[in-house]
Ligand binder design. Sequence first.
Ligand code: HMG
Length: 388
Amino acid sequence: MSSVGIERISFYTSRYYLDLALLAEKRGIDPNKYLQGLGQEKMAVLPPNEDVVTLAATSAKQALDGIDTASIAMVLIATESGIDQSKALGIWVHHLLSLPKSCRVVELKQACYAGCASLQLALSFIHTHPDKKVLLIATDVAKYGLNTPGEPTQGCGACAMLLSSNATICSIEPEYGAYTSHVMDFWRPNYREEALVDGKYSTRIYLNALEECWNEYQLASKRTFNDHARYCYHIPFSRMAEKAHERLCKLSIGTNFPEAISDSLIYSRTLGNSYTASLFIGLASLLEQASGDLSEKRIGLFSYGSGCVAEFFSAKVSTGYQKYLKKELHEELLAKRCALNVSEYEAFYQFRLPQDGSEYQVNPHQCGAFCLTGIKNHERLYSKSTMP
Ligand code: HMG
């Protein structure tokens, strides 16, 4: 059987961003704290007419461009920014993209880890149904309180992957190391829009989980640090991924050469945390921005979801993967975004749809292929975008 893994990958983020130097100035903080201390330059800010559904649908439309969708048997959505307690947001995406009626659609949650969990579940399904494909979309909006230490680590984005037994981009290897522990480092009770976080504690837990997963993965795979040409980590902010890599180098007495992770951080530096999507946007960044040819090279991947569940696994890059990537599309998306000032960012941040079911029409803003037009009888309404 041909290899199972990623056939297509594409991400989408808001068309608006805030330069973190402006935020630093407004909050009375040295801009180098954000730029060097966190490794972040900009953060994506969601306009009122976009949400996790429109982010997901646009990323999936891009990933499925030119693909016959008839063989898609399952749509898995990973998110921790769900819009409904019962209905999977993937059903809206399924509807907007007119995917086959024979699909299973379900939403999965475990903080940022849900994307990795969905990937592993999808791969098992494809191994038993090699003629079928799975559309996996990780979509999230990272929101912390205004003027809190987490504020500069906000962001948003969705990453869609078509998974199949025709892994034209990379195959996912079966060995993995997983780790679960009940910790309260970051969580969002149902009555809150913003996460609660014990920030510095969360960074220590992240590194500890990495160590646990790496040990498990090494036992299962018998591989060493140098068996991986590149590494890609969950990226709540770039410095966190760099610290993770430094930890792994130290543990494995491996050589820390910056190219091993630097390309995976390029996109996230300017869009911020996108929770479930962040690891996979990092993977797209690595594949699209790597200077050399990565064909047949192994990538080590680490997923971390607060609470916490984490996993280390690996991917093998396919020969000729470059022609299936959406490099130009992604670069153009990031380059052509609109800059916000701090007041405009705060206005977008504070926007809430009515909570009482009353009818409301959302003002138009720049958006992706789909937009949220309003709400009526507690039902969110979407349409294809009329924006250029
Ligand atoms: P903070 O209060 O800004 O921390 O919060 P700090 O004062 O320690 O500063 C951060 C770094 O900037 C430090 O570097 C400072 O030295 C440096 P470090 O010691 O760590 O290497 N610094 C400067 N550098 C240059 N010039 C300066 C300067 N000043 C200070 N002038 C924190 C930082 C990450 C805690 C905060 O942003 C936060 O709470 N973020 C949200 C939580 C988070 O992202 N946690 C990451 C691990 S958990 C995770 O990844 C899961 C998550 O994605 C959620 C999910 O799973 O769903 C979050």
